[in-house]
Each structure stands twice: as C-alpha cells, then as structure tokens.
Design a protein around this ligand. Structure first.
Ligand SMILES: O=C(O)c1cc(=O)[nH]c(=O)n1[C@@H]1O[C@H](COP(=O)(O)O)[C@@H](O)[C@H]1O
Length: 235
C-alpha cells in the first residue's frame, strides 16, 4: 500500500493513544503532531516517532510577533521534524524571522532545516465567515492565493491550503512550492467541521503534495480498511 502522500494527524491527548494509532497503521510513514497532543504530552512523542523512523509534521500553527515566532522556530528546529506551521497572517516580517531562525537553529543543532509552511486560510472557514466575520474584502480563493504568495515572497517552503484552492496556488506558485492539503474527505466520510473539502483523488489531481487526513481514518471502526480505501482511490 503506497501511503507516501498521506499525513495522518495524531489528534489525541496522550502518548499512549498516539502510539496505539501509529502501531496500528505501520504503513503510514508521515504523522502530524498538533496542539492537543503537544500541549498535553510535550515533545516525548517526537522522540517516539523518530525511534520508529517516521516523518513528522509539527503543527503548532505559530502566530505571534516576529521575535516570538523566531524563538519558537529556533526551539522547534532542534527536534529534527520535517514540517512546521505558521499562520501567514503573522505578516512578512514575522514569516522571514521565523524562516531565518529555523535555518540558524537547525544549523546550530546539526539537524536538517524543517520546511516551514504557512496556513493560508483554515479549511474550517467558508466565504461567508471570511467576508462577514473576518471582514476580509477579497474573494476567498484570491485571499488564499495572496497568503500563499506572501509566504513564498518571505522565503517559506510552502503553504497549507484547502484542496479547493490548490490548483490555483500550484499554477501561480510553481512546482517547487510545497502544498499541503487538510480538509480532505472521501465521499463516504463525514465532513464534520471541514467546510472546503474535496475527495482524496480530487485533491491529488488538483496538485497537492500531501493530504492531511484524520478522522475519516482515525475515527473509523476499521482504520486499516479506511486507509486502504483512500490509497486505492488515489492510486
Ligand atoms: O495545519 C493543519 O494541518 C490544518 C490546517 C487547516 O486549515 N485545516 C486543518 O484541518 N488542519 C489540520 O488537519 C487535520 C484535519 O483533520 P481531519 O478533519 O480529522 O481530517 C487536523 O489535525 C487540523 O488541525
């Protein structure tokens, strides 16, 4: 089973639950550690994943002033993870500071530089919320594109976007810009709080480098079968 393009989030609160999932799905080589697990259990999960030779997406979605995001990135660079997130709305100065700190930190720790990727617009938001709650006067696809361009101009490796916008971002940002898509839902799965979803095969065809797929697999009665179904759909 080729699961190379799929990142599965460990959206649980304990290391025991997280490792149970990792050990249940040995075919998955790329795992995401997010806020819930990192805040409740700390960095030990990163060591455990490394021991199992897994790739790691450390999704802490930094969003702060330049000095603070730089400090967070410098600290995160010691873990030897593959991907790290920051909100594009932190702004160009913060994005550049974060990227520089990551490079310096990784060099000092003798680790490879993680790919820093910017959140363009959370996949749980829709165009009505963008316009009426966030008061952003741009069409949603244009806003997501502008946030990706801001990340690219700031020297970041890529962006996180909904699969509905990935085709346009790929066309504009080019093939070297990493595009990671959450908000992926097979036709048979519940959408939950995801508002701008596509199926796994639609997302891959549209140009995503990686798909982040959680609950359709992890909340399934049979996670192995769910993963298999998704892999068959995209291959
Ligand atoms: O950065 C992310 O990974 C992320 C960005 C985004 O816009 N939307 C989004 O859902 N995510 C993450 O992707 C995962 C999606 O999980 P499921 O909705 O269960 O497939 C969660 O861990 C979210 O934190």
């Amino acid at each position: 089973m080729n699961t190379e393009k799929i990142i599965v989030p460990l959206d649980v609160s304990t290391i025991t639950e997280a490792l149970a999932l990792v050990d249940q799905l040995p075919q998955v080589s790329f795992w995401k550690v997010g806020l819930e697990l990192f805040i409740s259990s700390g960095p030990e999960i990163l060591t455990q994943l490394k021991q199992r030779q897994k790739r790691i997406f450390l999704d802490l979605k930094f969003h702060d002033i330049p000095n603070t995001v730089a400090g967070a990135c410098r600290a995160a660079s010691q873990y030897g993870v593959d991907l790290i997130t920051i909100h594009a709305t932190a702004g160009k100065v913060a994005l550049k500071a974060a990227q520089n700190a990551l490079e310096e930190g990784a060099k000092a720790a003798d680790k490879p530089v993680p790919n820093l990727i910017a959140i363009t617009l959370l996949t749980s938001l829709n165009s009505r919320e963008l316009a009426f709650d966030l008061k952003i006067p741009l069409e949603l696809p244009e806003y997501a594109l502008q946030m990706a361009l801001l990340a690219q101009e700031s020297g970041l490796a890529g962006a996180v976007c909904s699969p509905q916008e990935v085709e346009q971002l790929r066309r504009t940002c080019g093939h070297d810009f990493l595009l990671v898509c959450p908000g992926v839902r097979p036709t048979w799965a519940e959408k939950g709080d995801q508002q701008r979803s596509f199926t796994p095969s639609q997302a891959m065809k549209a140009g995503a480098d990686y798909l982040v797929i959680g609950r359709p697999i992890t909340a399934s009665e049979d996670p192995i079968a769910a993963l298999q179904r998704i892999v068959e759909e995209i291959s």
